[in-house]
Design a protein around this ligand. Sequence first.
Ligand code: SAH
Ligand code: SF4
Ligand code: F3S
Length: 470
Amino acid sequence: METMQEIENQKQYIEKVRIQNEGKELKYYILTMGCQLNENDSEKICGMTEKMGYKLTEDYTQADLVIFNTCCVRENAEDRLFGKLGELKKVKEKRGTIIAIGGCMMQEKHITEKIHESYPYTDIIFGTHTLHKFPEDLYKILENKKKLQDVIDIDGNVYEGIPIKRTSNVKASVTIMYGCNNFCTYCIVPYVRGRERSRHPKDILEEVNLLAKEGYKEITLLGQNVNSYLRAEKWKEQGKEYKGINSFATLLKEISKIDGIERIRFISPHPKDFTDDVIDAIASSEKICKLIHLPLQSGSTNVLKTMNRKYSKEQYLELVEKMKAKIPNLTLSTDIIVGFAGETEEDFQDTLDVVKKVCFEQVYMFIYSRRVGTPGDKMENQVPEEIKHERFDRLKELVESQILKNNQKYVGTIQKVLVEGPSKNNPELLTGRTDSNKVVIFEGDLSLKDKIIELKIVSEHMWYLKGIII
Ligand code: SAH
Ligand code: SF4
Ligand code: F3S
């Protein structure tokens, strides 16, 4: 109730700013860093901003309002933000542009302190728990012209009904839970996103039903650990459920029933919570894509232990075998961190070994980046940078050879492809994605855009496949 009232208050601020901005033809620019959860948050920031009378521009030098939605999962994002903020100084002097920075990095004190010190022309700093208050923050800046910081450290609430402007009209992201309780020792996310809180199934079903009505075909369910959906909710502990939904598996089943939605994806599940009911739900629904993202992080049981991942190399491989046995046409993607504290050559060999055994469809590889405030940062046996890079290159080589091998199995097959539109590299051709998220390039009419069609794959290349309409 309280949260509903809060959103109503924010709607009034939206209206106040809109009236102030009327007739001014104002533009905004937004830069989003980080994961799909942040992208989904940005869709909400855009939704609120456009309702306040701003139109999107791709050119920040022409913007009256610049918004950065930041990530702090690895160090390079910090360099990027400070670089961009430096560039903005001149634009601000010229146009009086309002500068607003939000997102995960703003939950870190040493970062906000640096912004106050080195980039004092920043107008609004908002955090992950105060995103819904952006209209109020912007209103205050317009009224008082005094810079403002709106960051809270406690776990935020779940807010429903924030306006949203989606980036696609056929694929949509739906956040099902916020925060993380896992505290992997390398990871900053639990500190900047707070504890796990799940959206009520009713709100999720309403959102997906609406998306289906609007013509969306593919949805991706988002959370830092989707398979612990509803685990931390008190109402569930009392034995209650909504339309039979009391877990991630039951949510998947119910969403699969929604007419119009043809593809369901989700990221990220945690291997330790990949229960049999989730495997069964995937196997029994045609709509749930058979490309599953299963973050490995390391193939070494020792490193997994210091990472606090709560599974061993063997348990991960057993899970993969079980999934492969139960889910026909399963393909897997993963995340791997190279060079975590204490990782020896032998440990790294274990990672290579798992990669060889599983033969992932896609591997997102990261060099370990020490994050202030995490246990990993305080570990003594840090791996020297040059060794991290050298291992990264070796892993990359193996992964690329596997992708080529994997791609070969597509040649000659028929694939269902969701057509996205003209290819960026060659606008004469169309591009789309298979169930397993592979890019396919093919000749066809633009009227096929947003449709799911069948293509025969005729050749494979490193990052895409070529197909023909059958
Ligand atoms: N909750 C998700 C994703 C978290 S962040 C999960 O558990 O899979 C996305 C990825 O960034 C992680 O899977 C991990 O591979 C990587 N990552 C997180 N912290 C990192 C760090 N400090 N250095 C390098 N990579 C990191
Ligand atoms: Fe970070 Fe681990 Fe939580 Fe993923 S599960 S967000 S890696 S702490
Ligand atoms: Fe980055 Fe925050 Fe996502 S730290 S990876 S944007 S949850």
